[in-house]
Design a protein around this ligand. Structure first.
Ligand code: NI
Length: 373
């Protein structure tokens, strides 16, 4: 069987048995087996899920990272290797990323004697729940590593295309919850209460004015209210309403400014109407910031490997790879997967022909990066 066939077979097996963040037990067992069957040694980290392997010898270390977890989505793609785990699906293509990096590991093992150092290969759990990178770092996965590389498949890019950028790439992700507390009343006697539904509705509109009128239009910012909850019948004004949503930015200055303004507006609005508005912020991943030099290097290697390379646009999603880049330099790249349906869609169906070329690309990238150190 050719390497390309082997990698597609592994990808399909991962696809049939997807597992949620921090539950990647069978996925981890498969990865360990496949690595060991290729003669690749695993590092003895104590991990509940996820695995770290290493190829080569010497002091210089370059790391490659794949994420391995799936999403709580019922698959709607009509592929012969549909998910057999009800309600769970590899709808972000982490099965693809895993098989790409498995392939790179096998290729690097074949070239082990000619490597100018070691390549550490990280199979990271819990990317979707944002926490897996920290777990691997705590286990020691970045010790001695000079630079790290990783990928995400990009459904909007055709097969054979590649994109990355130096500097900020993926966004700062914040989640917020607003609790608007008024005073409940009979629906026919609103003057005896404080209408939390009316206040919450106006607040949604006011929040949009922060994004559109208080941030330079050349800076990226997205503020979306995604949940409104309050009331349970037709003739009672409820006491309170909850709003939830997310803020996406690329600069921490813009992020802090929007958060401060949102809190000030909520407080002023609450006092004007005699209500109470509590604002809760939950920090997600911070912006993913590629090293300028390594991003250019990764793009250069892609170009020589036959990819059509592009300068990537800013991405408004979050990516846990950002955490590695807070510790060491490196680059995260996009590789075209030409799916009609996007990431996290139940019918997401990436073109798996991207796997073998990407495996060769990452093996070349690691080998050449070691020579650069
Ligand atoms: Ni993903």
């Amino acid at each position: 069987m050719s390497l390309a066939e082997q990698l597609i077979r592994w990808r399909r097996e991962l696809h049939q048995y997807p597992e949620l963040s921090l539950q990647e037990v069978d996925t981890t067992a498969r990865i360990r087996d496949w690595l060991q069957s290729g003669g690749i040694s695993l590092l003895p980290y104590e991990l509940k899920t996820g695995a770290v392997a290493e190829v080569g010898s010497g002091n210089k270390v370059i790391a490659l990272r794949a994420d391995i977890d799936a999403l709580p989505i019922e698959e709607a793609a009509s592929v012969p290797f549909r998910s057999l785990n009800a309600g769970v699906m590899h709808a972000c293509g982490h099965d693809i990323h895993t098989s790409v990096i498995l392939g790179a590991a096998l290729l690097l093992k074949q070239r082990e004697a000619q490597l100018a150092g070691r390549v550490r290969i990280l199979f990271q759990p819990a990317e979707e729940s944002f926490g897996g990178a920290k777990t691997l770092i705590r286990a020691g996965a970045l010790e001695g590593v000079a630079a790290i590389f990783g990928m995400h498949n990009e459904p909007g890019l055709p097969l054979g295309e590649f994109a990355t950028r130096g500097g900020a790439f993926y966004a700062n992700v914040d989640r917020f919850v607003f609790k608007v507390t008024g005073k409940g009343a009979h629906a026919a006697r609103p003057h005896e209460g404080k209408d939390a539904i009316l206040l919450a509705s106006q607040l949604v509109t006011l929040l949009q004015s922060v994004a559109s009128r208080e941030v330079n239009t050349l800076d990226s910012v997205v503020l979306s209210v995604t949940r409104i909850q309050g009331g349970n019948t037709w003739n009672v004004l409820p006491e309170s309403v909850e709003l939830e949503g997310t803020l996406r930015t690329h600069s921490s200055e813009v992020q802090q400014r929007v958060k401060a303004r949102v809190s000030e507006i909520a407080a002023g609005f609450a006092s004007a109407f005699g209500a109470q508005i509590d604002v809760f912020w939950y920090a997600g991943p911070t912006a993913l910031v590629n090293d300028e030099r390594w991003a250019a290097f990764a793009s250069d290697v892609a170009d020589k490997s036959g990819y059509r390379t592009h300068h990537a646009d800013l991405h408004l999603g979050g990516e846990d790879f950002a955490v590695y880049l807070q510790h060491i330099p490196g680059a995260f790249v996009s590789i075209g997967s030409a799916s009609e349906f996007g990431l996290h869609h139940p019918a997401f169906n990436p073109d798996e022909r991207l796997i073998a070329p990407a495996a060769h690309y990452f093996a070349d990238l690691a080998e050449q990066a070691l020579k650069e150190l």
